[in-house]
Design a protein around this ligand. Sequence first.
Ligand SMILES: [Zn+2]
Length: 245
Amino acid sequence: MEMLNIHNTVEDLVFAEVEEIFNSIEESGNPDQICTCQQCRIDTACFVLNRTKPRYIISNRGVARTETQPFEQQQKEADIITLVHEGIRQVNHNQRPFFSHKDSSENAVSFEKPVFNIPTIIGRLFNGLNFAPMADITIELRHEGKLVEMKDQNWQNPYHLVSNIEGTYTFWSSPIPAEAAGIYRIFEFAIQIEAPDFERVHHVFNIPVLSELKAVGSFSLGRTFKLPDLFMFPPGGEGEDNLAG
Ligand SMILES: [Zn+2]
């Protein structure tokens, strides 16, 4: 069976640049005392992604094809780096509440046994009527009907969306024990959102994961799973599919 994947190459570029710039800030001794925690990295990546045009390719059996010219590519990278620096300023200025901004490796549950490391899940939620980012709403991540346990207390589930983060929500699941390393399994998750003036959202998605020898201690933007944007509608519409068109 042939597997076709639609992939946004700009996402890879953004995640790589964000990671590199944050790491170089840490290596330089962080003179401006910028928070370099996982959540602030994700928020910065989302800030940049929301301001760049996606570039989709179809990858076939892992072989990605793109027709981007080298010059165009360099220009795009320069633009992205500029946006990353702007994002770092904005995010640092506007740190999200309900979050301790601590390095999660200090208080993470450690697993010495093989596990499935579930990637960090990132998504955005909009009002389908005016495309405004949703705020003051609670989002649940569920697996087999139950709320998914988060990796440590820095991460919340249910997740409470506040107004200054432009509808972006994130989850980092606790690793799931595996019998051995190298086992391929598909995990089914659901995003569930209920709000008084909107139709319930129940978005089911799968994440394929290869088990590893131990839990991933530190966060990496390379280990992220980006959900499609979700839209909420008042009751009575054709609210069957909450995905973007
Ligand atoms: Zn932070």
